[in-house]
Design a binder for this molecule. Structure first.
Ligand code: ATR
Length: 279
């Protein structure tokens, strides 16, 4: 049976195994998809051991996406533009291809939820591996404006290097309010920071949540009746609508599944429905 895994830390709550099982049922293939907890110091060894033992493919989640980019032997154009990898495909003879399906997953999910990106400013919070993969895909999808906002401004500046674009700008979290005011355009606030994973809140003015068209968290809660910390913070601040990233997870997983099982067509809508029933 083909072996797959997802590397991350923390990883116990990941729904990726369940999602890939649903895709496997739909595609009528059998697979074994596990969770792999590792540490930054052990990550490369853990990946090498997994593929030596016959692994066919892996997903990579926080905080290893940039490390994965350094480790693979080949990268797709998508991963190169992101500088981070969330999907690894074994090519044989120790060769590993790194791709990044996050941006595709985010854009597909936003479209599924009915957002017209061409009419919105996207405010993307965080400048780590999670947001890197989404910058170019959001621009390609026609986002009217894209503001990358990060606690550490220099990291946001590094992130956009090489992505010269008239619709792209950077801000520090502290200065975000001043930067949004002159835009006078509805904005969608997207959380790509790891703040919630560590149990701390984002230092962001409540008005930024309250004035957003909607707030979207790339993280998700394995239990739909429990809101993610970002959604809790947004709702408390008066955000009109909030979403978590479960839909993005399904969409990015669907593309990863297709990279591993070339030529297979999938209907991700069925997996959205089935997963809602299972949770
Ligand atoms: P990931 O792969 O999940 O993106 P990462 O590369 O470690 O993880 O990046 C984490 C991001 O979350 C960074 O942008 C970090 O901000 P800094 O660059 O200033 O460190 C952001 N982050 C983490 N905790 C945060 C907090 N409490 N408030 C604001 N930003 C936070």
């Amino acid at each position: 049976m083909a072996l797959f895994t997802v590397f991350g830390n923390p990883i116990a709550q990941s729904l990726s195994p369940q999602i890939h099982q649903l895709f496997a049922e739909q595609a009528q293939v059998s697979l074994n998809y596990s969770r792999s907890l590792t540490s930054p110091a052990q990550f490369s060894r853990a990946v090498a051991a997994f593929f030596r033992s016959g692994g066919a493919g892996a997903n990579v989640t926080s905080p290893f996406k940039q490390q994965a980019y350094q480790l693979v032997t080949h990268v797709t154009a998508r991963a190169a533009s992101a500088g981070s990898v969330n999907t690894i495909v074994a090519l044989g003879h120790g060769q590993l291809l790194g791709d990044n399906t996050d941006g595709y997953g985010l854009v597909r999910d936003l479209q599924r939820l009915g957002f017209d990106l061409t009419q919105l400013t996207i405010v993307l919070l965080g400048a780590g591996g999670a947001s890197r993969g989404c910058l170019q895909p959001l621009l390609d999808a026609g986002a009217a404006n894209l503001v990358l906002a990060n606690r550490t401004l220099s990291k946001a500046q590094q992130c956009v290097e090489g992505l010269e674009h008239a619709r792209l700008s950077v801000a520090s979290l502290a200065e975000l309010e001043n930067q949004l005011e002159p835009l006078q355009q509805p904005y969608l606030l997207i959380n790509a920071t790891s703040a919630g994973l560590h149990g701390d809140q984002l230092a962001l003015a409540p008005a930024i949540f309250a004035q957003a068209t909607a707030c979207y968290d790339m993280s998700y809660s394995p239990n739909p009746s429990l809101l993610t910390p970002f959604r809790q913070q947004a709702q408390k601040a008066g955000a009109p609508r909030t979403f978590d990233g479960l839909g993005m997870l399904i969409e990015q997983a669907g593309l990863a599944f297709q990279l591993w099982h070339q030529g297979i067509e999938l209907d991700t809508r069925l997996v959205h429905q089935r997963l809602q029933q299972q949770l």
